[in-house]
Design a protein around this ligand. Structure first.
Ligand SMILES: C[S@@+](CC[C@H](N)C(=O)[O-])C[C@H]1O[C@@H](n2cnc3c(N)ncnc32)[C@H](O)[C@@H]1O
Length: 320
């Protein structure tokens, strides 16, 4: 399906002239460093722009000689690579583009990839230019596409970082065509213990810190935190003790086979990713399933997909 780009402020169709997109009233959104810019740089996702520019290559399969993003993409979507031939795919919250790479390298989809932060620049450096890649810095609540324009949409690891999760899902559904599929994955709220974690104590302060200061503090402390969490993992106390140490969960969430330096880099990235976002709202799997149904989706499936010792909450559905 061909994708119609609109001005999200007035709904007018937009045409590209090489330097940006223009509507019939003369409103103009520039193409800067590979992405159409629909929003101010100053918004609540600045931390992600900083994060993905600092760790542009860390999680991309093509730079780490790994297949973990590919494995996750096909496990979560359940799609066959050829199923996307010629289809239009919307990706919202693409970050540095780990899944953008998978779509471009392993499918023939026409990909329209959006992020609210200037991580779009990291994505472009990683994956562009590419004839099937179209990049936008835009907000999930004001996507620059006509209603019902996409065959499929994905939103991975993003919803918990948006202020109104149900509205985010509704805005995604609006952009897919009748018969189109939406797939989301997100941090799950599994019970009171989900928030019984150093992250939810310290985040109140760390999300207000300057990104540079937070990153420096993490870098200065990551060494002893890796050592001590390893010790508790080795004696079987990962789940009990390590949740009170302000570092990401290395034992359960990292891919196998990382070198010592890669473990350090992943740990700094994932810890920054825990402590810097403005919003961090894990959701119950069945709440998101219920919202899909309330928003009119059909053939809704909600499940956890396991990766090593961790699992990801996934909900998918078809627009009638
Ligand atoms: C944790 S990152 C996930 C990036 C990527 N999907 C991945 O899994 O590596 C979340 C991304 O969602 C983006 N995001 C948050 N709120 C958004 C919004 N309102 N509209 C579009 N993107 C948003 C952030 O800028 C960030 O890059």
């Amino acid at each position: 399906m061909s994708v119609s780009i609109i001005n999200p402020k007035n709904g007018q169709a937009m045409t590209a002239d090489g330097s940006g997109l223009r509507d019939s009233s003369g409103n103009f959104y520039p193409l800067v460093n590979g992405a159409y810019r629909f929003v101010d740089q100053n918004n609540y996702t600045e931390n992600f722009g900083f994060q993905w520019k600092n760790f542009r290559k860390t999680q991309l399969d093509k730079f780490s000689d790994s297949t973990q993003s590919k494995d996750r993409f096909f496990a979560v979507t359940g799609w066959q690579d050829t199923e996307l031939n010629g289809e239009s795919l919307l990706e919202v919250g693409s970050g540095a583009g780990r899944f953008t790479q998978i779509v471009l390298d392993h499918t023939e989809a026409e990909l329209h990839s959006v992020d609210y932060s200037d991580a779009v620049e990291a994505n472009y450096e990683n994956n562009g230019p590419h004839e099937r890649l179209h990049l936008y810095q835009a907000n999930i609540y004001e996507l620059p596409f006509k209603e019902g324009t996409f065959d499929k949409a994905i939103c991975f690891g993003v919803l918990q970082h948006t202020p109104d999760v149900k509205k985010s899902i509704s805005c995604l559904i609006e952009k897919i065509a009748s018969g189109g599929e939406l797939i989301v994955d997100f941090y799950a709220y599994k019970g009171w213990w989900t928030k019984f974690n150093a992250k939810y104590i310290f985040r109140r302060y760390t999300r207000k810190m300057s990104q540079e200061d937070l990153l420096t503090k993490i870098k200065n402390n990551i060494g002893w935190m890796i050592t001590i969490t390893r010790f508790f993992s080795n004696i079987g106390l990962n789940k009990v003790v390590n949740r009170f140490i302000p570092i990401c969960n290395i034992a359960d969430t990292f891919p196998k086979g990382l070198s010592k330096d890669e473990i350090r880099e992943w740990a700094i990235l994932d810890t920054f990713d825990m402590y810097s976002p403005e919003y961090d709202q894990p959701q119950k799997l069945h709440t998101v399933e219920k919202w899909f149904l309330e928003l009119g989706m059909q053939e809704v499936q909600a499940k956890y997909i396991n990766f090593g010792k961790s699992s990801i909450a996934v909900v998918k559905g078809i627009k009638p």
